[in-house]
Ligand binder design. Structure first.
Ligand code: 3H9
Length: 675
């Protein structure tokens, strides 16, 4: 047995089966073989009356081993082991700590009893990988927790705490924290002679068509574009209609369809991409980190306030600095309001709100940042102003403090040069709303010290961000790729497309909104020269007429009081006017042309970013677009999607429209491969 990460120990008449497969006890081939051997051992020994199945390390089985997906299957397969365990004639007790996820929870459902510590979480997150629980989970779970809870758990994929699982009957006994094995052994002792042995597959679950229909409707928007939620729902529905064995067959068919589809491939790619993103090329993984106990934020506007909340929520003290008292009070007021809104929704307790607010020190003086370990500048985008602030910080900040800029475009090296310590300077580009959006672009300047970069990347994890390292270039990774998209979208308007058509193509592709909807939301006036008499673009004309976007009730679209958009007759006139003044003939623009000119160009820019070493790896570019801009995760990010679409097709499309193709992209196309 020592070849496998499973060990057994006979304690009286109970066999303790322990899995030790770090880091998360994934149910890889070795674990499965070991489990089968343990069942054989228990079957062969008359002295064994029950089995306790437990895991060493951080967690109970966190699921099937995702790295095995897409490779030839290796026996024994998980569903077969679970079936054998369930039909076993000696009670099996699953002892759960950490996270029992996916195949892990399915294994626990194949056991006859489940004992868990209160801190444990149980879930079937397969849907987040574009899959469904394919080892009987969709058939067993509804038989235990009922249709409604099973729909929530399978189609949304969020785990539930052990206490809730206990209320639902998914956990039979809650053990004391830290005493799981003893509790499981005592439980086993109690049930070892109980007959009949309870088997989930022998239960039935009543049909509830109304609940299923209501769930589909309620979540239609959330599930838009995804294949897996519908498949999960269909399987739960099957559990209410079909005998267990047929339900399993149905589940298998749906699982295989998803497993070999492009959406799951994309979602699995992002699972690993997200984890890879935190790894920094060329820096030892054991580099000593700088301690960050106190953070300073300069600017209490929307961005500064959002950034501040990330740290407060993680229990890190923040001093927030503004120039004027009213702006400071307003900023602090917004932070409080945001927390109180979360509390009103039940996401925070009043005590948590006060704890977070208690960590905040408002100030009108940069001098108060002298004791901060990290200072983040979040003022408006102007190089001269930023340089001035960093010059002052250089004199104020303590030695070893990290000085960060939240700039979204500007040259971090130039900012760093305004200090005497460029090695302590780094970019931390948050995305708005900064307390919500998961992405953080960490901009590595030419002189940024290794430990500064490593500290910021580790801190990002602490504040629950997905951080990606970017090099110094205009707009870094995300905004740089946004530029060709915006340029082409504007040109397409001039050539005959409408904002509605361009936005529709993007939304149908799976983006949360199109370029013009995004413009209206962010503010059409951002970066506008503010001279209404100088009209050089459609955007200038819109701004001159006060069409600054949603905030003014008009932008590329007209808006009602509830901010519902309708296509604008006036905007159509403005565009028409421009077109005729530029002698640009109007023509029919196909949806495909919009894709080629606004999305293929993004892939091209992404390839250039990689060529220049501005991103460490293609998957980082994908992570930026998934978590910063809402690229549909089921298309895996622009670089992964390039492989799905076909790089030769992309190159052909780009050439057709006269774009210079990145040599890296051309090379990929030559070999007909993705990134
Ligand atoms: C499934 O079960 C299908 C079945 O229904 C059907 C079967 C027929 N496999 O996230 P972390 C790696 S589908 C392989 O940083 P944390 C991860 O890549 C599965 N590797 O830790 C990372 O590697 P590295 C359903 C896995 O403490 C390392 O472990 N289950 C797996 O923040 C640490 O991960 C899921 O979807 C895996 N299943 O969070 C659960 N899981 O160090 C997915 C993790 O090289 N996992 N790794 O970068 C998670 O949600 C989190 O990892 C977990 C721990 C919450 C468990």
């Amino acid at each position: 047995m020592s070849d496998f990460p499973i060990s057994t120990e006979k304690r009286g008449d109970i066999l303790i089966v322990t899995s030790n497969n770090p880091p998360v006890n994934a149910l890889g081939a070795g674990v499965r073989t070991g489990l089968e051997a343990a069942l054989n051992e228990a079957a062969a020994d008359d002295g064994i009356k029950a089995i306790v199945l437990i895991c060493a390390g951080q967690t109970f089985f966190a699921g099937a081993d995702i790295t095995e997906f897409g490779k030839p299957p290796v026996e024994p397969m998980l569903p077969a082991i679970i079936a054998r365990m369930e039909s076993f004639d000696k009670p099996v007790i699953a002892a759960i700590h950490g996270t029992a996820l996916g195949g892990g929870l399915e294994t626990a459902l194949g056991a006859h009893y489940r004992v868990a510590v209160p801190s444990a979480k149980l879930g079937v997150p397969e849907v987040k990988l574009g899959l469904l629980p394919g080892a009987g989970g969709t058939q067993r779970l509804p038989r235990v927790v009922g249709v409604k809870a099973a729909l929530e758990m399978t189609a949304k994929g969020d785990p539930v705490p052990a206490s809730k699982a206990h209320q639902w009957g998914l956990v039979d006994h809650l053990a004391e924290e830290g005493a799981l094995l003893d509790a499981a052994l005592a439980f086993a002792d109690k049930v070892k002679d109980v007959r009949p042995i309870p088997r989930v597959s022998e239960k039935s679950v009543a049909a509830d068509d109304a609940a299923i229909e209501a769930f589909r409707k309620e979540n239609a928007r959330k599930f838009r574009g995804f294949d897996a939620p519908a498949a999960n729902i269909a399987c739960v529905e099957a559990a209410t209609r079909l005998p267990f064995a047929e339900g399993l067959e149905f589940e298998r068919g749906e699982f295989m369809k998803l497993m070999f589809g492009s959406q799951s491939a994309a979602q699995r790619h992002i699972f690993f991409a997200e984890r890879k993103a935190s790894k920094i090329d060329g820096i030892a993984s054991d580099v000593a980190l700088r301690p960050i106990a106190k953070v300073g934020v300069i600017g209490a506007g929307t961005m500064g306030g959002g950034i501040t909340m990330n740290f407060l929520s993680a229990g890190i003290a923040v001093t927030i600095v503004e120039q004027a008292e009213d702006a400071l009070n307003r900023g602090v007021g917004v932070i409080r309001k945001n927390y109180e809104a979360s509390a009103a929704k039940g996401r925070l307790t009043t005590e948590q709100v006060e704890t977070a607010m208690g960590l905040l020190t408002p100030s009108l003086s940069l001098d108060d940042l002298a004791d901060c370990d990290l200072i983040i500048e979040a003022i408006f985008e102007n190089m001269d102003v930023k340089k001035e602030v960093f010059g002052k910080l250089d004199a104020i900040a303590k030695p070893g403090a990290i000085l960060a800029s939240n700039t979204s475009y500007l040259n971090v090296d130039e900012i760093a040069a305004s200090t005497s310590r460029p090695n302590d300077v780094v970019g931390m580009h948050f995305f708005s709303p900064a307390n919500v959006m998961k992405l953080l672009e960490v901009v590595r300047g030419a002189k940024t010290a290794d430990d500064v970069l490593a500290t910021v990347m580790a801190l990002a994890k602490k504040i629950k961000k997905v951080a990606v390292v970017a090099g110094v270039c205009h707009g870094f990774i995300g905004n740089r790729m946004l530029m060709p998209r915006q340029v082409e979208a504007n040109k397409l308007l001039m050539e005959g497309a409408t904002p509605e058509q361009i936005d529709r193509v993007h939304v149908e592709f799976g983006m949360p909104m199109g370029p013009f909807q995004m413009s209206d939301l962010a503010g059409v006036d951002i970066g506008w020269h503010r001279d209404p008499s100088r009209i050089e673009s459609i955007r200038d004309a819109l701004c001159a007429e006060d069409r600054w976007g949603q905030k003014k009730g008009a932008g590329f679209y007209d808006y009602d009081e509830k901010r519902n958009p309708t296509p604008s007759v006036r905007v159509a006139e403005i565009i028409e006017d421009f077109r005729s003044r530029s002698n640009m003939p109007k023509r029919e623009i196909s949806d495909q042309e919009i894709i080629e000119r606004t999305l293929y160009t993004m892939v091209n820019e992404g390839a250039m970013i990689l060529e220049e070493g501005m991103a460490q790896r293609a998957s980082d570019v994908d992570v930026v677009w998934i978590y910063g801009y809402g690229w549909p995760i089921y298309r895996g990010g622009p670089m992964f999607w390039a492989g799905l679409e076909g790089t030769p097709k992309i190159v052909e499309g780009l050439k057709k429209h006269g774009f210079a193709v990145s040599p890296l992209l051309a090379e990929k196309a030559e070999k007909n491969e993705g990134f």
